[in-house]
Design a protein around this ligand. Structure first.
Ligand code: ZN
Length: 103
């Protein structure tokens, strides 16, 4: 009877995009930009950070595939991590790409 509510998934309604003034819009890969700090044309240095999603995926995989001992896999897969971009010249923080979903 109540089959319509079956597909509701937690975060689907929250599709807002956060834009901060000082933080550049960056993707998950290194990008060539002009650093606002040292005014050099640089390729950003991307560093991957574990996020809440990383831990959630680790728990899910840990439950589903515990016999494969692969619950550490999310910590090796950059797909599930935030990406912080830094200037390779002045080493200042330039922007962050935040994962919005697991896929
Ligand atoms: Zn710089």
């Amino acid at each position: 009877m109540e089959s319509n509510s079956y597909h509701q998934i937690g975060q689907s309604a929250n599709a807002s995009i956060d834009i901060e003034l000082d933080v550049l819009q960056v993707g998950s890969e290194p990008v060539g930009i002009r650093c606002p700090h040292c005014q050099e044309d640089v390729m950003t240095r991307a560093t991957y950070k574990n996020t809440r999603i990383t831990h959630i995926v680790a728990i899910i995989l840990g439950v589903l595939f515990w016999w494969l001992c692969c619950c550490f896999a999310p910590y090796l897969v950059n797909r599930w991590k935030n990406v912080e971009h830094y200037c390779p010249k002045c080493r200042k923080f330039l922007g962050v790409y935040t994962r919005k979903s697991i896929i």
